[in-house]
Ligand binder design. Structure first.
Ligand SMILES: Cc1cc2nc3c(=O)[nH]c(=O)nc-3n(C[C@H](O)[C@H](O)[C@H](O)COP(=O)(O)OP(=O)(O)OC[C@H]3O[C@@H](n4cnc5c(N)ncnc54)[C@H](O)[C@@H]3O)c2cc1C
Length: 375
């Protein structure tokens, strides 16, 4: 019997556990460790901030979901991984101590490197978790006039909620009859766009923002934040009365001392999702070092590949399943201008772009589908 340990209860960890349970049956022991027993559907956090759904609508109890699939669940903090002993130290939870494993799947996501932006912790709002989304929603409800600045820092690796927040705020103010009293600015650290080398998407996104009277400021790498302004290291400043700023991302701290990460802390994996230089260790999701944005559907596809290969390894076969880096994203909240983009970042084929209200409905349906399929 093999002991399989999955670290992280997000998109990557949950799908890896489900696929392994399906493929391996009862013969092996699968355990998932995560710091919270609630799975949160992050792509719905913009809707949560704007009061379009509740926390209950976008989360479910991981322990029940895992036990239904015969996967053990431990609510605890991953403190240390020791690949030479094949043990993981867990702390601050219902079980503490060292857990042995035969195979490991690392799915601990990314870290918010707020310390890289002076004043971020004290003054900036974001919406990358439930509490922060609710806090930002409160700030929106008190905001009636002035300058709203919505942006991301260099290294954020998640453009979707920036644009969705700007569109949602424009609509919220329209509904309240306050749009004329507010200027909305979207701030990008580099050239404006999704940074996917896709010119057509950039143009369409720009048009959608302009038609919603949202100003675009490019090449503004925010390096500091105060209660009423953001600034770059070269002294450019923008004043704000409401700020939603996504901080830089970095790889998970739990991988930082394993000697498997790049300069930003992301884990080097090959297309089979095996960690380069380690045996019996896979990594999936936001924690890996693939280029481009960090997205939930990439995490789930990487997990399917990792689970198939891990099951093959246990059966004594070569892990042959390979991941291909095809991005699919929807920028919602823009009504008929909502955008869908599909593009493979590992080849030169042009992306497929579609624009219609249907993509907004599709994104909503995807959330319902997730809850039904995985809760
Ligand atoms: C506001 C927002 C909007 C988004 N919109 C989209 C979208 O439209 N489309 C899309 O595809 N993606 C979107 N994403 C991105 C998507 O949510 C992520 O790519 C996805 O969550 C990554 O999955 P993961 O499993 O790698 O990491 P995560 O979901 O971050 O899961 C990591 C898990 O590990 C746990 N963990 C971390 N460290 C430890 C530790 N030391 N000990 C124990 N547990 C730990 C965490 O609590 C968490 O449960 C969005 C994200 C946000 C925040």
């Amino acid at each position: 019997m093999a002991k399989i340990l999955i670290l992280g209860g997000g998109f990557g960890g949950v799908v890896a556990a489900e696929r392994l349970a399906e493929q391996l049956g009862d013969d092996h022991q699968i355990t998932l460790v995560s710091r919270s027993r609630r799975f949160v559907f992050y792509p719905a956090l913009v809707k949560l901030a704007f009061g379009k759904c509740t926390t209950k609508d976008i989360s479910f109890d991981l322990r029940h979901a895992m036990l239904d699939r015969r996967v053990n669940f431990i609510e605890a903090e991953v403190a240390r991984i020791d690949p030479s002993e094949r043990k993981v130290t867990i702390a601050h939870g219902e079980v503490e101590g060292k857990l042995p494993y035969d195979y490991l799947i690392f799915a601990l996501g990314r870290r918010l490197a707020t310390e890289r932006i002076t004043g971020f912790y004290e003054h900036a709002q974001h919406l990358l978790n439930v509490d922060k989304a609710i806090q930002f929603g409160k700030a929106v409800s008190y905001f009636h006039e002035g300058h709203a600045v919505i942006g991301q820092c260099a290294g954020t690796r998640l453009p979707v909620p920036v644009y969705e927040t700007a569109f949602a705020l424009a609509r919220h103010l329209d509904d309240k009859g306050e749009r004329d009293r507010v200027k909305i600015t979207v701030v990008s650290p580099g050239e404006f766009g999704l940074e996917l080398g896709d010119y057509e998407t950039t143009i369409r996104l720009k048009k959608a923002l302009i038609s919603n009277r949202i100003e675009i400021v490019s090449n503004f790498p925010t390096s500091s934040v105060t209660a009423n302004s953001i600034a770059t290291a070269t002294g450019k400043t923008i004043n704000h009365d409401l700020l939603m700023l996504l901080p830089p991302f970095r790889g998970s701290s739990a991988a930082s001392y394993l000697g498997v990460t790049d300069s930003e802390g992301y884990i080097a994996v090959d297309p089979t999702m095996r960690v380069i230089g380690q045996e019996r260790m896979y990594a999936v999701g936001d924690c890996v070092n693939f280029e481009g944005p960090k997205l939930g559907h990439l995490a789930t596809r990487q997990s399917e590949v990792a689970a198939t290969n891990l099951a093959a390894e246990i059966d004594g076969h070569e892990p042959l399943a390979c991941y291909s880096h095809e991005i699919k994203l929807v920028i919602d909240e823009a009504g008929a201008n909502s955008l869908y983009l599909r593009k493979n970042l590992w080849n030169d084929a042009p992306g497929v772009i579609k624009q219609s209200r249907v993509w907004s409905w599709a994104k909503r349906a995807q959330k319902e589908y997730w809850q039904v399929k995985h809760a």
